[in-house]
Ligand binder design. Sequence first.
Ligand code: ASP
Ligand code: MG
Length: 410
Amino acid sequence: MALIVQKYGGTSVGSIERIRNVAERVAKFKALGHQVVVVVSAMAGETNRLIELAKQIQKEPDPRELDVLLSTGEQVTIALLAMALKDLGLKAKSYTGGQVRILTDDAHTKARILSIDEDNIRRDLASGHVVVVAGFQGVDAAGNITTLGRGGSDTTGVALAAALKADECQIYTDVDGVYTTDPRIVPEARRLKTITFEEMLEMASLGSKVLQIRSVEFAGKYKVRLRVLSSFEDEGEGTLITFEEDTMERPLISGIAFNREEAKLTVLGVPDRPGIAAHILGPIAEANIDVDMIVQNVGHDGTTDFSFTVHRNEFKKAMAVLEKVKDEIGARAVIGDDKIAKVSLVGVGMRTHAGIASKMFKALSDENINIQMISTSEIKISVVVDDKYMELAVRALHQAFELDKEGVAA
Ligand code: ASP
Ligand code: MG
């Protein structure tokens, strides 16, 4: 007998019929003798619909009230799923985040979980209930309803699995696992049987939207056994997120992530003196703009060029900030480009293997793709390229590293 936490996303509970299907799947696990806690999202599209309603009243909706509103989406699905489970003859009980007492900080719309009171859940499980918990929501110390940020039900699932020391946390979604890259771009993309937690973290932060990044961080911290599966297929083992020490041999490269949501800014002719990077990025940080990649060239003639990327939504704001900074520091000009894409190779195998970067750059140059920026970490190499070559770059790299074939080991 195992304790399993299953999380179902919005499409998996998008209609009454689908909610019934979820109930049937849960019933199968119960029939095998497992204890099951189910975390659900709101029905597909519901959270967006509620945000739209709020925006018709306030352009920037009040965060506390927005949380009260958005939490209703998940309150609907927990009740419906509990009913569907009872209809199958199972004992079931629904809980909102506040009823469990998923305690969070008070950062409305992006709250962080501080603690989870698992007593009620344990008692219900012991008496044979399926426990259905609303994802994405909690309560702060003062009793206000909070939400965990878009996609936050994944984090609820993982956090509950950690608190309950569950044997496995299964994330059911509309894809059947984590792929080497997006199959819509590369039809030969392959489902990975396993991926390490660190690789998954990179993939999530680089734009692969299978899991909310915070849920992956949580799983890493608390060593939760996490699996991504399709809710529309009965068979299939999905992708298991493992810990590196559990696996002897890792493939060289696990996947290719890409991100079209960035823009590049360059300050030209920056006087090359101490403090200049801080002088440029300080005002950007003060404007609450997150910076991703940063490149500063080697100076010559007493000046240098300084480039960095930001989220595309913040491009105009960042340009305006830099225009001011430019005059203050006596730089020559500011230029920007929001038609860029970031393409990244991810794999723990590169830690122990030289030559990955040159192979990557060669594959791109063979396709005549110009690399505008490069950044690396121990298990990732990212390049910025022209937006219009992004798909070509992803395909070229997928082929160069033979990701369509299983187990090219490091
Ligand atoms: N319903 C929330 C959202 O759409 C949370 C989730 O689905 O994970 O972002
Ligand atoms: Mg989701």
